[in-house]
Design a binder for this molecule. Structure first.
Ligand code: NAI
Ligand code: MG
Length: 502
């Protein structure tokens, strides 16, 4: 009988007879790379201004690379102040000529058209997002692109119902919106910004982050194909100086910024007294709180999703784990086991869980904080995985024995690095969770629904997830407290940032 067993059967038997957690062999997958053959990137991209592609007056271009291969993908224009000025003028003229006069139901048609085009080109968008930014293809394919389309659909629905959105009060658009977005969810952030602006009757100048401009430029191509009136959406590429020129432009009526707290504060200072409307979505240091009565395996999945998802490049990442003391060792053991099953590497591989860090600068910043965590006495565990020889990769890491005052407990790491602390009572969990300058999100894991509500009333965070983490929906407002910024994106609350309620 034993003789007849196949080779695969033997391996299976060996695994079941071996109770040790040898996940390496149990979870081995054959490579499954997404083909990039049909993606046609241009060698060089200009600026999308007034419905046309224009060479920058600055005459300058810069390269965008793939952080997983370090290869150049394309050159994009580096817009100077004169280019930003042209874009704002185009947006102003489109606002006065077409957009503010157009009935909501007509504007909606254009917004829905963008949404449908995004769905039609979803695969191409997902691949480019992954190539340019380093996030795993399964995330860009299953989260970023569908959710970006959902935001256009959702806000398209509001465009002809604005008078019903705010308790029957009439609304008026603001004018030209200057929007600056980061590199962690490039297309999704463009959608979060552009969709409510257009629905509210505003025109837009958007600046993507310098390391991830390609999906915004593809979005500009879709907008061109959707035949939006010229100048309703303008896309200018560049780095901080381009962003600064846009935020401080005198003819911009509303500034929306997502990025670092440092730049957010700078923009707020510069805008003080200008009368411009401002929303800021900045950093975070979310507490993911696990009570002993939680379903521990479910919580461990939530912790993994909370911090290793998108390499921890998430402002609402669950980067501080607060775990009830009695289950600390169990949770840590399970986390350690689960970490060893995460596949780190080629973001274009459909099996990859953790992709590339977005840029060399970010890679250095994360490594510096990991070193600080060790120097300050935290005990580090890093998953024993083989990292690719090229590109910017960091193996999933967590720290135990972290003190509340250490840098890794206080500063935003924005990488796949978790700081674990303990608590004994719900009051202590609240005190520790709120002991931060940020207040963007939090998670609570418990068997008791009433405890979730009790916690949610006391946690100072804009978004609180109960027995789940990192879930988003266009109808659900997202935004922060304290140094995580102000204003909301999504839902009616998000829409209200783009209209004046009369
Ligand atoms: P950053 O704040 O410099 O970049 C975000 C965007 O702002 C980019 O488009 C950038 O070109 C633009 N920008 C830079 N300087 C500007 C200025 N003076 N005026 C107007 N726009 C300007 O963030 P960076 O350096 O890429 O990342 C630093 C840290 O910020 C990260 O380690 C992370 O902790 C945090 N961050 C938070 C994000 C969030 O989603 N809340 C997103 C990106 C970064
Ligand atoms: Mg890039």
């Amino acid at each position: 009988m034993k003789k007849d067993i196949t080779k695969a059967g033997k391996a299976q038997l060996a695994r079941t007879q071996k109770p040790s957690l040898d996940f390496g062999s149990a979870w081995e997958y054959a490579p499954s790379p997404e083909s990039t053959d049909h993606v046609k990137l241009q060698a060089q991209y200009g600026l999308f201004i007034g419905g046309k592609w224009k060479a920058p007056k600055s005459k300058k271009y810069f390269a965008t690379i793939s952080p997983s291969t370090e290869q150049k993908l394309a050159e994009v224009a580096d817009a100077g102040a004169a280019d930003v000025d042209d874009a704002v003028k185009a947006a102003r003229s489109a606002y006065d000529t077409y957009w503010k006069k157009m009935p909501g139901k007509e504007r909606a048609k254009y917004i829905f058209r963008i949404a449908r085009a995004l769905q039609e080109k979803a695969r191409e968008f997902a691949i480019v997002e992954t190539m340019d930014g380093g996030k795993p293809i399964k995330e860009s394919r299953d989260l970023d692109v569908p959710l970006a389309a959902a935001h256009f659909f959702y806000h398209g629905g509001w465009a002809d119902k604005l008078d019903l959105a705010f308790h029957g009060r009439k609304v008026r658009p603001l004018g030209v919106a200057g929007q600056i977005i980061p590199w962690n969810f490039p297309l999704l952030m463009a959608a979060w910004k552009i969709a409510p602006a257009l629905a509210g009757g505003n025109t837009v100048v958007l600046k993507p982050a310098e390391t991830t401009p390609l999906s915004s430029l593809m979005l500009a191509q879709i907008i061109e194909e959707a035949e939006l009136p010229p100048g309703v959406v303008n896309i200018v590429t560049g780095a901080g100086q381009t962003g600064a020129a846009l935020a401080s432009h005198k003819d911009v009526n509303k500034v929306a910024f997502t990025g670092s707290t440092e730049i957010g504060k700078l923009i707020q200072r510069n805008l003080a007294g200008s009368g411009k409307k401002l929303t800021l979505e900045l950093g975070g240091k979310a507490a993911n709180i696990v009570f002993a009565d939680a379903s521990i395996d479910q919580a461990v999945e939530g912790i993994i999703n909370g911090i290793y998802f998108n390499q921890g490049h998430v402002c609402c990442a669950g980067s501080r784990l607060l775990v009830e003391e009695s289950v600390h060792d169990l949770v840590v053991k399970k986390l350690r086991d689960r970490l060893s099953t995460l596949r780190v590497g080629d973001p274009l591989d459909k099996n990859t869980d953790v992709g590339a860090i977005n840029s060399r600068e970010q890679w250095e910043r994360i490594n510096e904080l990991v070193a600080a965590g060790e120097a300050e006495g935290g005990e580090r565990y890093t998953a024993p995985c083989k990292l690719p020889s090229k590109g910017f990769f960091i193996a999933p890491t967590f720290f135990t024995g972290v003190s509340m005052s250490s840098r890794i407990a206080r500063e935003e790491i924005f990488g796949p690095v978790l700081s674990i602390m303990t608590f004994r009572t719900a009051e202590e969990a609240i005190e520790k969770a709120n002991n931060t300058m940020y207040g963007l999100s939090a998670g609570v894991w418990t068997d008791k629904g009433a405890k979730i509500f009790w916690m949610a009333q006391r946690l100072k965070a804009g978004v609180i997830w109960g027995n789940t983490f990192n879930k988003f929906d266009p109808s659900s407002p997202f935004g922060g407290y304290k140094e995580s910024g102000f204003g909301r994106e999504g839902g009616r609350q998000g829409l209200s940032a783009y209209v004046e309620v009369l």
